[in-house]
Design a protein around this ligand. Structure first.
Ligand code: MIC
Ligand code: SF4
Length: 643
């Protein structure tokens, strides 16, 4: 039977003990990655599983998020991660080596293999033909233990790219076009597989920009075939030996098809505060800007930054604009230094930042009050930049660099002759910031500074839960809304009691205190609840504060799984008017939970005060039922350790 790329990889990674073949896909995971801000919790959970060494082909712990060391906390986390990695057979990428997704693409990604990462942009490696999925840290820990990763069977959507990009239009504009068409919830339950003659003209880093930002569509992952372009990239990284061709068979089936004619695309821009709020740059050009940030895992490759260097060469950044550039990896920074691109940037007045996430996650470079910031990042959620009333726009590196010189949003096509930077034939390779785990680990001590607070293990599920509707929110609530991550809060990712004080603080500053004063609660939400980051803190901390269920019109995939992993029940409304009928502050009773779970009954009832009944849907696979009954994935995996 003709197969597409996704089917070929999935078929080679199916777990035999697949519990519920109708709904669940049980995948064998070859590689895992973690980063520091989700990694501390991942490894605390990994340690709680009590397994001596990872059972994957290779697992890497990166440090790239919390690199501003304003106090001891981040440095404590880094040391914990380094020592826990060494102890358990995990490679450690030191701070300074770069953003996990960029480094993974350069030095670790393998076509046809599977990767599970505790970061929502893990699909970046899909640019190289890898099936790379973002998940909560606990899922990653369980995969490191050699257990399957379960996911609801996704649909496979073929995005066919035809023709070629016009001058000054780049890979970023392709994914912005897709976001404009499909929106931030359009990719839910789907894997996006790219094809068409248009992909031939895209290098692996350009493809990775597209698969990276597929996360913003809410898709499970995105992938390109592994072709001669992939081989070229791997050869230039001195890793040609891991190349193999993986392309779709002719006549392969897809559930959906979208066609993008590349010749028709123009430079695009996502306006505040959502990556799908996309218009043409030309429609809003002329708007004055205060800040430009070039970097992040979406657009910080050598090719991207060399284009920026050429644009900046011999020019000066506009007097009213602060331009900051964060090269994606040590490799990129080294090569910019070697060929003079770095000098062009410095001469033009750019502020060079370390190779890390930096401003993308609010780690420094917060804009001025009410500031307009143009960024090459993938997310522009309100408040994420560190300045509550700043407005962040998302663009390609070309649009960002040209606008930084002009002082206002500028369509790069007005700038002059287009520049073309080819992918280098040979990248500069020096893996000296990757620490290989030793064979003999018995003398390695895992160092835990005072910022590393041991985990509380969840209780088992109860038959009946009663409490109060703690919060009612609208559509597209993202995990930054639930558990904000600013430079002030990120250092406390391994300190749940402290972080809990800030849960929902941007939306409702009394939420945490209110939840603490009551025993149990639920949250009521609109569509696409929990979009954005994979941070399981957005599920664990509400659970810590007594949230037992979330009732939403719909959920984002990773967050839905994280809630179940933490023993919180995600339910959806059976009827459209259910959402309207519930008021914040109402009492509720959710009864017969275990009975319903065991019977796999999908129709439940929530009883409100005055005996108002709300019909809700409990759409769980058999695996998810088991996790909920056990009180979460950690309890469940521990109870089955002997398997
Ligand atoms: C993000 O881009 O939002 C993050 C920060 O990388 C998150 C992970 C986190 O919250 O630590 C993500 O994308 O998963
Ligand atoms: Fe880091 Fe930003 Fe990429 Fe998240 S989106 S991994 S914060 S660079």
């Amino acid at each position: 039977m003709a197969k597409n790329v996704v089917e070929k990889i999935i078929d080679a990674h199916r777990f035999i003990d697949d519990q519920d073949p109708a709904n669940d896909l049980a995948l064998k995971i070859d590689y895992t990655l973690t980063q520091d801000s989700t990694g501390t919790l991942t490894y605390l959970q990994w340690e709680a599983l009590g397994i001596p060494k990872v059972k994957t082909k290779l697992s890497v712990a990166f440090v790239d998020h919390n690199t501003l060391q304003a106090g001891y906390e981040n440095a404590d986390d880094h040391r914990y991660l380094q020592t826990v990695a060494a102890k358990h057979g995990i490679y450690f990428s030191k701070p300074g080596n770069g953003i996990c997704h960029q480094v993974f693409l350069e030095r670790f990604a393998v076509p046809g293999a599977t990767l599970l990462g505790s970061d929502s942009h893990t699909p970046t490696a899909g640019g190289l033909g890898m099936l790379a999925i973002g998940a909560g840290g606990l899922n990653v820990a369980v995969s490191m233990a050699g257990k399957p990763y379960y996911l609801n069977k996704p649909k496979i959507c073929n995005v066919k790219l035809t023709g070629s990009l016009s001058p000054w239009v780049s890979a970023k504009d392709i994914i912005l076009e897709l976001l404009k068409r499909l929106t931030v919830k359009g990719g839910r339950g789907k894997i996006i597989e790219y094809s068409g003659d248009g992909i031939l003209g895209l290098s692996v880093p350009e493809r990775a920009t597209i698969t990276n930002m597929g996360a913003e569509l809410g898709s499970t992952t995105s992938i390109f075939p592994s072709d001669l372009e992939t081989k070229k990239f791997l050869k230039a990284q001195d890793r040609e030996d891991c190349w193999r061709e993986i392309t779709a068979d002719s006549g392969a089936y897809y559930d959906e098809e979208v066609i993008i004619e590349l010749d028709k695309l123009e430079p695009l821009i996502a306006q505040p505060h959502s990556p799908d709020n996309v218009v043409k740059v030309s429609e809003i050009s002329g708007m004055p800007i205060n800040q430009v940030i070039i970097g992040s895992c979406t657009n910080s490759s050598f090719q991207d930054l060399m284009k920026v260097a050429y644009i900046l060469r011999g020019k000066t950044v506009h007097p009213d604009v602060s331009l900051a550039i964060a090269p994606g990896s040590k490799q990129v920074l080294t090569m910019l230094a070697e060929n003079g691109g770095l000098l062009d940037m410095v001469n033009a007045g750019a502020r060079i930042l370390e190779s890390a996430c930096g401003p993308c996650i609010g780690m420094g470079q917060a804009p001025e009050t009410g500031g307009i910031s143009l960024r090459t990042n993938n997310r522009n959620f309100s408040g994420r930049s560190g300045t509550a009333d700043a407005k962040v726009f998302l663009v390609s590196p070309e649009t960002a660099a040209v606008s930084a010189l002009q002082g206002f949003i500028t369509d790069p096509r007005t700038w002059g002759e287009a520049i073309h930077v080819a992918m280098p034939e040979k990248f500069t390779i020096n893996d000296n910031l990757v620490l290989v785990p030793p064979e003999d680990t018995k003398d390695i001590e895992v160092i835990r500074g005072p910022n590393i607070i041991p985990l509380a293990i969840n209780e088992k599920m109860e038959e009946d839960i009663s409490g109060i509707v703690l919060l009612k929110v609208g559509d597209n609530i993202n995990t930054d809304d639930i558990m904000p991550s600013t430079a002030q809060l990120l250092p406390y990712r391994s300190n749940i009691p402290y972080l809990a004080n800030y849960c929902f603080s941007g939306l409702d500053k009394d939420f945490s205190a209110r939840a603490k004063s009551l025993k149990n609660g639920i949250i009521v939400a609109g569509e696409n609840y929990g979009q954005g980051s994979s941070r399981e803190h957005a599920a664990l901390i509400p659970r810590f504060l007594g949230v037992r269920a979330v009732l939403a019109k719909s959920f984002a995939r990773i967050h839905f799984d994280n809630l179940i992993n933490m023993g919180v029940i995600p339910l959806t409304f059976e009827n459209i008017d259910g959402y309207e009928k519930i008021a914040q502050g109402s009492d509720f009773v959710l009864g017969e939970i275990i009975t319903n779970l065991k019977l796999e009954n999908k129709n439940w009832t929530l009883r409100l005060e005055n005996d108002n009944l709300i019909r809700v849907r409990a759409d769980f696979t058999r695996n998810q039922v088991n996790l909920l009954i056990a009180g979460g994935l950690l309890n469940y995996t521990k109870s089955r350790k002997e398997d």
